[in-house]
Design a protein around this ligand. Sequence first.
Ligand code: ATP
Length: 365
Amino acid sequence: MAQIRIENVRKDFGAFNAVKSSTFTIEDGEFFMLLGPSGCGKTTTLRMMAGLELPTSGEIFIDGEEVGQKPASQRDIAFVFQMFALYPHMNVGKNISYPLISQGMPKAQVKAKVAEIAEILGISDILNRPVGGLSGGDRQRVALGRAIVRDPKAFLMDEPLGALDAEFRERMSEELRALHDRMGATTVYVTHDQLEAMQMGDKIVVMNHGVIEQFGVPQEIYDWPATKFVAEFIGSPPMNFLEFNGTVGTGAEHVQLGEARIAIPRQLGGESGALTLGVRPEHVYLNDAAPYRGEVVATEYLGTTQIVTLKTEHGQIKARIPSNVIVKEGERTGLDLDARTLSLFDATTGHALRSEANQEVLNHG
Ligand code: ATP
């Protein structure tokens, strides 16, 4: 299996710069997510790893060997496209064995290999069936089988579950992850779905407009977003932003929001001007005695929890609280923000300010 390293990789299509200067490493055996909104450059990045696009500049290493300008056929990597590009006139077994037969592998060896893969994927009983009548899940398993059978160095997957309905998608994503854990193969997976990335990935790169906004494990990205973009893109509802003008000095442990003094993680650098305080909905607590105030403008019942939207002097804020707490629209209440979890951003650049709590994460990658 393989380590993949992307170093200062840039891709231009004519005058359009689709990927700026990307640098990151995918370790051997990782399940790695390329996450971002439509058009951010994730498919282009994946295609450059596969050799389906050549970088305009920069280098791509597979197990230490520079392959940036090599064609796909010389990279020993399997690309799994969005849903099932299968050969319709062949049965399941023939679809899976095709790559081996075209490599000239002896028949007996092909048969054993196909049987082994079918066993892993749980499709041994349908090897003689035509692919035409198969369910979506089985078609996806056959497509995976065809990729796995070659024992490639890595799997590259471009929204492989994108066309599936929500319930089935969840089942297949669990199966894919379990399969990965069994085989330990390096896998790079493109998605625009933040939940899928958080659930499946060992590590995530978040991209926006061709730029890497953050690289890290899911929890780091969720807890300590490096930019306002990441804070909004990850989480549902996303992180709340309270906008204010102020000064946060080195060593500061509080910010002043109107009349209220809000505790924050200890700051490692100074900043003043337009700032943003970020807080996740589950770290906002309603407490009538708290000095920071808001007015309830909406409530949304979600079963065990509810989302309460409040209007404050510095913007709207959503709190995720237990649904048995009775809250009325129009009511004014105090808000406690969990000091250990707060993020601060420069409102102009969108970059997170450094604090003791987030320093390690922002230095990562
Ligand atoms: P999506 O999920 O919508 O595919 P993405 O993040 O994967 O989004 P890319 O497909 O990598 O985005 O495309 C990044 C940008 O580059 C887009 O603006 C796209 O229009 C542009 N682009 C991609 N391929 C080409 C091409 N062959 N020629 C010109 N522009 C391209």
